[in-house]
Design a protein around this ligand. Structure first.
Ligand SMILES: [Zn+2]
Length: 321
């Protein structure tokens, strides 16, 4: 995987601190979603574990390769277990015990916690003990999109690194270098400015689903289509992606009404042509946007998504007075 261009400054600053032996014990990487927090944490881990310090991370030595595969004995990855949305206290205790042992290589011991904002209260308390008295040679890397969810006592003991979403051109250049050609601009528009997420997607499939969802929404807004069949189909396959598409579509409509941004920049609100979904007022559009966002954030809750989608598609064609 090639180096993400938008992380150049952060990489240089970490390398500078490491060369000057001023690397802190704990770093909080605050990233925009999908913009490379985990990548930077992995890079920092390889930086300190690499066997060729002059060239670290060289990417060729056994340490670099094992770290890249997540199989280095001095590197621990802590993330929510499959059945959970939280990092639990037992996991943090295990990490702390591991960090207290002598390193296998005689160098650093590294712990990556991601997403660190899923640490529950007890786990955060347990981590605090390690942050207050880190064993010699410890590097803790916390990756979070919403660090404000973490206790202030944790935040104050970490050095902060901020990663913003890259400009589309930078993200597209990196995606082309990493994954090859594709309609990456369109993929990023669908998934949000999240190149790391886009890198795991099939660009042609994303574009196809996005077009299908758009057609379906236009049709439903015009009072056509079969909301029941459509909702069933959407709930069965690629639902998170489809919900992002619905979210983008609604956001475009709202921007159009507000007369700024999106596809409607040149259209004055008064001169706005009435098209699909124009029967919905702003309040209704915002209400639908809330519904979509709730559906997106409730993937671990057992609700009938088909039914929720069906009701959403039906409200698109509901004519207001
Ligand atoms: Zn190396």
């Amino acid at each position: 995987m090639s180096i993400p261009g938008w992380l150049t400054a952060e990489i240089a600053s970490l390398r500078g601190a490491y060369d000057a032996r001023r690397l802190p014990h704990a770093i909080l990487i605050h990233e925009a979603p999908g913009s490379g927090g985990d990548w930077l944490a992995g890079w920092a881990a390889r930086l300190v574990l690499c066997s060729n310090p002059g060239d670290a991370p060289c990417g060729r030595c056994t340490s670099c390769q094992r770290a890249a595969q997540g199989q280095h004995p001095d590197l621990a990855l802590v993330q929510p277990l499959e059945s959970s949305t939280q990092i639990r206290i037992e996991q943090v205790r295990e990490l702390s015990a591991e960090l207290a042992l002598t390193s296998h290589q005689g160098g650093y011991k590294v712990g990556i916690l991601s997403p660190a904002d899923t640490l529950n209260r007890f786990a955060a308390n347990a981590l605090l003990k390690t942050l207050e008295e880190p064993p010699q040679g410890t590097l803790l890397l916390l990756v979070a999109t919403q660090p404000s969810r973490l206790p202030a006592t944790i935040l104050s003991r970490c050095q902060k690194v901020r990663i913003r979403a890259p400009a589309p051109a930078e993200a597209i250049a990196w995606l082309e270098a990493t994954r090859g050609p594709g309609d990456w601009g369109r993929v990023l528009a669908v998934l949000g400015a999240a190149p790391m997420l886009a890198a795991t997607a099939d660009p042609a499939a994303v574009v196809e689903v996005a077009s299908e969802v758009r057609r379906g929404l236009e049709e439903a807004a015009a009072g056509g289509g079969d909301p029941v069949a459509m909702a069933e189909r959407w709930a069965r396959s690629e639902l998170p992606l489809r919900l992002s598409c619905v979210e983008n579509w609604l956001t475009e409509r709202i921007r159009g009404r507000l007369g700024g941004g999106g596809d409607f920049t040149k259209v004055r609100p008064g001169a706005h042509p009435r098209g699909p979904a124009e029967s919905l007022d702003l309040r209704q559009l915002f209400g639908l946007l809330d519904t979509v966002r709730e559906l997106k954030s409730s993937f671990d809750v057992p609700i009938n998504r088909g039914l929720a989608l069906e009701s959403l598609l039906r409200s698109l064609s509901a004519r207001s007075a």
